[in-house]
Design a protein around this ligand. Structure first.
Ligand SMILES: NC(=O)c1ccc[n+]([C@@H]2O[C@H](COP(=O)([O-])OP(=O)(O)OC[C@H]3O[C@@H](n4cnc5c(N)ncnc54)[C@H](OP(=O)(O)O)[C@@H]3O)[C@@H](O)[C@H]2O)c1
Length: 202
């Protein structure tokens, strides 16, 4: 399969490595690094990117910026930019790829543990993650041509220690484990699923 992977952070790097080890061809994309360039907040740049890399069989998103902030102090700009990036950006990524992805292809988006476990000042992150998961569950019922869509929801990453102070008591997951969840979503006939790597069963 040929997979377009968005994001060159620890998750994007792990997704690329896992997919390549499984024998898939990967095209990496971000605003400043990778094989291709696109900004998920700019739909015209997504349209141009997908036209230039078509045809492809899967799109995997490991992008999206959410601004942290206490609810009482969060600004209009923090709310708007978070919704525009991780929320609408990932939705537009699917919409822009639709004319080009092959029949039976798949989309894998990213949310996070804050969709259902709440830490201090997590209202923006929780809202945007639920926006993404809601879209994935509904889109799975509405995609044409046998296309599938799933979402990977990791807890805080072992490779992101700068986030540890915001997740007290949360056992991290490794980027390699998250990469395997993307492979599971792409290589199996599942759709509408939220693949959770939360480590919060206790
Ligand atoms: N790290 C964690 O602990 C963790 C846990 C759960 C969920 N997540 C989620 O996983 C996703 C990826 O996180 P990460 O920590 O692996 O990566 P990251 O360090 O946040 O890096 C994000 C990557 O996305 C690209 N990017 C950012 N904004 C973009 C845009 N508007 N258009 C295109 N590319 C863009 C960046 O490259 P450019 O700057 O070159 O564009 C960068 O390569 C995020 O949605 C995050 O919320 C992360």
């Amino acid at each position: 399969m040929k997979v377009i992977v968005f994001g060159g952070g620890p998750i994007g790097v792990a997704v690329r490595s896992t997919l390549e080890q499984a024998g898939h061809a990967v095209v990496t994309v971000s605003r400043t690094t990778g094989d291709g360039r696109a900004d998920i907040t700019d739909k015209a740049s997504l349209d141009a990117l997908f036209a230039s890399v078509a045809p492809f069989d899967a799109v995997a998103s490991a992008v999206g910026v959410v601004e942290p902030g206490p609810l009482a102090e969060a600004t209009d700009e923090q709310w708007a930019s978070s919704i525009a990036s991780k929320g609408m950006g990932q939705i537009n990524l699917v919409r822009a790829a639709l004319p080009h992805i092959t029949d039976g292809g798949s989309f894998t988006l990213i949310s996070g543990v804050l969709a259902e476990e709440f830490t201090r000042h997590s209202a923006i992150g929780a809202t945007v993650n639920n926006m993404v998961e809601g879209f994935v569950k509904a889109a799975a019922t509405d995609l044409p041509r046998g296309l599938r869509i799933n979402c990977v929801s990791p807890t805080v990453l072992a490779e992101s220690p700068h986030y540890f102070p915001y997740f007290p008591g949360y056992e991290p997951v490794t980027a390699a484990e998250v990469g395997m969840a993307y492979l599971r979503a792409i290589a199996n006939p599942i759709t509408g699923r939220i693949l959770k790597l939360h480590k919060t069963n206790s």
